[in-house]
Structures are given as C-alpha cells and as structure tokens.
Design a protein around this ligand. Structure first.
Ligand code: NOJ
Length: 546
C-alpha cells in the first residue's frame, strides 16, 4: 500500500496544490512500482487548519482537490490498473466548521447538544485547581481537569454561547465527538457507508484509539517538565486507548464485512506493545480491524538489529495469526531517511529499510517519496511554516512540513509537481538528482531497488505467503531471517544494522544451493554458501536457498 498526501503528490491545474486529477495522472507510475492500493489522506471539504484532518463535510470532495466526478474517475481508473483506493476516515473529531458542531455549540438544548464532549468546568477557586488550569479561566470557570491537547494548550476550549468548555485532543478547531452518544456512531457509520457505496476499498482510521475519554474526567498523571509547546507533560491513560473503543470496532467490522469485495479496515494505532495491538485485531476472534498499524517496528528510536528482531518476531507470532502491517514513514514523522540515516550511509540504510519492509511477512505500507529517497526538508524560518504546531512550538517543534514537501518527479521546474513556481510547500533542494525520472534511468537506484523487491514479493511464493523464522538470533548487529514457501524453497535475508563490516553464518537456514537475488554489496553478488557472509556497513542481502 502507498500513502499519498494529496496536497503534495501532483498538481494538475497549476494552483501549486496537488489534486485528485494529479493522482489519476500518476496511476501508471504506481502500477509500474507494483503497489496494490493507495491510501489518500483526507480530501474532504475542510478549512485546512490541519490540512484535511479537520473535516467540515464527510460526503464530498474539497474543491481544492477536485470534484466528486474526479473522485469517481480516480477510483475507476485505479480499478483498471488493479489499484484500490482507500480513504482516511476521521471519526475522533470534526472541524469546528462542521454543521454538527455549529449546531452543538449554539446552545445547551439543541438537538446535537450532546454530540461533542462538553463540560461546564470548575470554579477557578476550587481546591486542587492548578496554575495551568487557571490560565484558561472564563467567567470564573476553568477546565475540569489537566488534560492537554496533543497540539498545544489546554484540551478544553470555552464557548460563550453555552458557557461551557468542549474537549479537543488536537487543535481547538478539531472538537472531539462524543462517542458515548449512539447518534454519533450512527451518523459516522452512515458516512462510511456513503463511501463504501462509491467503491472505496476501505479506510485508514485516523487517531482511532482516542475516540473515548474517561467519563469521570480524572486528571492524567503528571510526568514532569514541559513539552515543546510549553505545556506540562502528562500521561494519557484517561484519553487514549480506552477499552470501550473495541465495541465500536466490532460493530464497524460487522457493518463493513457485509460489503462485497474484501474491504479493508486499517488503523492509525500508536500503541505501547503487541498485546495492545492484538486487541485491535480482535485477538483470537479476528473481528475488529484487519490491519491496525504496527508502530513498534518502523518507528523505533534507532536502527538496532536486536530491537527490530524482537518487534518483528512479536508481531509475527503474538497476534493470533493475523497479518502485521509494517510502516516506516508517514506524513506526521520526519522521513525514515533522516530518522535512521547516520549522514554517511543513508542510501544503504534506506535500502535496508525497504528490504525489511518488503521481505518480512507483512502487509507493507509506503509513503510517497520513500521509494526515491526523499529527505525531510524542515523549514528554516518560522514565517515559512505551514503546519500550525510548527509555529506555536517554534523552534523546539518545527512542525510536519518537512515530511510533506512535493513529490519529486523530474529534474525540471518544481520537480514536475506543478507548473506554478509557488508550490504550497517548497520543493526540496535535492530534486535535480532525487526524482522519479532520473532514478528510473539508473539501474542501481533506490527506486529500482524498491521495484525489484516488490516484484519478488509478488512472484516468489516464499516471500508472498511463506513462513518467517528468525536466524542467528543473538547477533546484536545483523538481522537475519528466512521465509519458507509451501514448495520447500526458501529466501534468506540478512541486513547489517551497523556502520562496521559484519560476517555471519546462517547454516541453520537449511539448503546447500545458494543464489543471491538482490544485494547492494558487490562482494556478495556471487555469495554461494550460507557461511562467511561478509556484509559491508548497512548492507542488505537477499538470497534463494534450496
Ligand atoms: C493523525 C494524523 O495523521 C495527523 O496528521 C493529524 O494531525 C491528527 N491525526 C489529527 O487528525
């Protein structure tokens, strides 16, 4: 699967902002890359405070991105190429400009009064009120507790018309829906059916672990110090991953399961461990999401063979036979190129990551530009920042613009992204060498590396459906594993996660006929045995063993 940030993929009408017709125009590229499905981040009407994650109408297309007819054409053209289209469904919150919220905020007695999380707060002089709460005083009242918005400031915002606060996990323009109200679930499920009826193959559910909050509104535990936005650090036990959410997931799965054509439910699930992840599949019952994202493997703090092995092994064995979904990049985190790169071996490290992503037993999710080695291009001046958290948090938090710059297609103007020199975010400075056109002509390019891996993954039974077994399991530097198909043929993968040369012997993998399929180490091209495999720094080696 391939994540597209529509603003940044391809501009078709010269306004400097990517759009749906731009995506349609690039479907042949996606097909040639070998992907099966596109997840588009939100393209619904939105004030764009959070670039689409603040939705003001769930059943339409934002004019910036096109029309409903453009959407229909995109789905149809994708279908011709066997590419499925997945949408991003934001159920935790709406925009404050959504008609539901406008109505809800208008009085305490309107029909939607209970659709969001409203609270009258507590008198500012009550016992236990902190100095932080007092910063948000209105009419003598302060927020009911110490909850902090993930995007800065109190999580509670005052509305004079109701003389009440509403809760917002993210920006104040993103009020949280009240999932304890059955009408909210009905309305949101109706929007999901609206898109299923229009042929979408499924959804990625945004921030889905945070649907529910503690009904008693208990204070989170203070963890000391302040964050990049200057707010006190607090835990999230009362606002994140509450057990009630699983009932919603089961009802969602049951509803979507009635649709023909293998629709898929993906979750944005940052969770503390594999036991929690397993619950999002429905454990042994397999009745919640098919693919909650595993964030342990791809978003570990560092590139470490032992850590990767442990997290991959856990995901492969401790989710009741469900399929892991691995991902190393998205629109919210600095690109893996920079997170894992050491500044010297970045290209080899990018190949290593692609190798792990595409040869383990998983569903693999890539982010646009990952396949060509796009880097994080963080703004250097506060006035250039688009992402609001980058302005309020500057300079400690510079926001997420760096990982959202325009896709680099050609060495020409605006990297082929747009005819308009004023693109919504600047094109990264390296586009003359890092772009699809240039890399398509280079045999050993990162783009070619991805294509080869995807081709192998599609055609080789061991990689496609085979079992996975970790090898050389106490090696702290090199990650090795074997994939074994029903036909008894195996693939062995070995990646050196250090800047020093490493030699491994993998005789346990069985088989005596060894043939290298893919490596970025010239010295391993002719490796014909499973012993004495000499891996240069960060090298990757994929071989067939019979
Ligand atoms: C997660 C999304 O990926 C992120 O971009 C967004 O800001 C928040 N959820 C809020 O919707």
């Amino acid at each position: 699967m391939y994540e597209i940030y529509p603003r940044s993929f391809q501009d078709s009408n010269g306004d400097g902002i990517g759009d749906l017709n731009g995506i349609t125009a690039r479907l042949d590229y996606l097909k040639a890359l070998g992907i099966d499905a596109v997840w588009m981040t939100p393209m619904f009407p939105s004030p764009q405070v959070d670039f689409g994650y603040d939705i003001s109408d769930y059943e339409s297309v934002d004019p910036q991105y096109g029309t409903m007819a453009d959407f229909t054409r995109l789905v149809a053209e994708a279908k011709k190429r066997n590419v499925r289209i997945l949408l991003d469904m934001v159920m935790n919150h709406t925009s404050d400009k959504h008609k539901w919220f406008i109505e809800s905020a208008s009085s305490r007695t309107n029909p939607k009064a209970d659709w969001y999380v409203w609270n009258s707060g507590v008198p500012a002089n009550s016992a236990g009120v902190t100095a932080y709460q007092k910063r948000f005083e209105h009419d003598g009242m302060v927020p009911p507790n110490n909850w902090v918005s993930g995007f800065g400031g109190s999580a509670w915002e005052w509305v004079p018309a109701r003389k009440q606060f509403y809760y917002h996990e993210f920006y104040k323009q993103q009020p949280d829906l009240n999932w304890r109200n059955p009408a909210v679930e009905q309305a949101m499920f109706a929007t999901i059916r609206f898109w299923l009826d229009r042929g979408v193959a499924g959804f990625r559910f945004d921030a889905v672990p945070t649907l529910f909050e503690d009904p008693q509104l208990r204070n989170e535990t203070s963890t000391g110090g302040t964050n990049a936005q200057g707010d006190p650090n607090v835990s999230d036990e009362y606002t994140n991953n509450l057990p009630e959410v699983h009932d919603v997931m089961r009802r969602l799965r049951a509803m979507v399961g009635k649709y023909p054509g293998d629709r898929v439910l993906i979750g944005e699930t940052y969770l503390p461990n594999v036991q929690e992840l397993d619950k999002w599949y429905g454990g042994a019952s397999h009745n919640e999401l098919q693919l909650p994202m595993d964030m342990q493997v791809g978003f570990a703090k560092k590139l470490d063979a032992g850590l990767l092995r442990r997290h991959i092994a856990e995901a492969e064995t401790e989710i009741h036979g469900s399929e892991p979904l691995f991902v190393f990049d998205n629109h919210d985190n600095p690109r893996s190129w920079n997170r894992y790169g050491d500044g010297v071996h970045d290209a080899a490290i990018a190949r290593l990551i692609a190798t792990v992503l595409l040869t383990t037993k998983d569903s693999a999710l890539m982010y646009y530009g990952e396949e060509i080695g796009m880097v994080t291009s963080t703004p250097t001046r506060k006035e250039d920042v688009q992402d609001p958290i980058g302005r309020t948090g500057w300079p400690k938090e510079k926001g997420r613009d760096g990982e959202r710059t325009p896709m680099q297609w050609t060495p020409g103007p605006q990297a082929g992204f747009s005819t308009n020199p004023h693109t919504w975010l600047p094109v990264a400075g390296d586009y003359k060498t890092v772009n699809v056109q240039t890399e398509s002509g280079e045999q050993a390019s990162l783009l070619d590396w991805h294509k080869q891996l995807i081709r192998m993954r599609r055609s080789d039974p061991a990689l496609h459906t085979g079992t996975i077994t970790m090898l050389d399991t106490s090696n702290p530097s090199v990650l090795s594993y074997t994939r074994k198909g029903d036909d008894g043929k195996s693939i062995v993968v070995s990646v050196n996660c250090t800047a020093a040369p490493q030699t491994v012997s993998l005789d346990g993998a069985g088989g005596s006929h060894v043939q290298t399929l893919l490596t970025d180490a010239p010295s391993l091209q002719r490796q014909a045995t499973l012993s004495g495999i000499a891996l240069p720094p960060y090298a990757s080696w994929v071989a067939r063993v019979e």
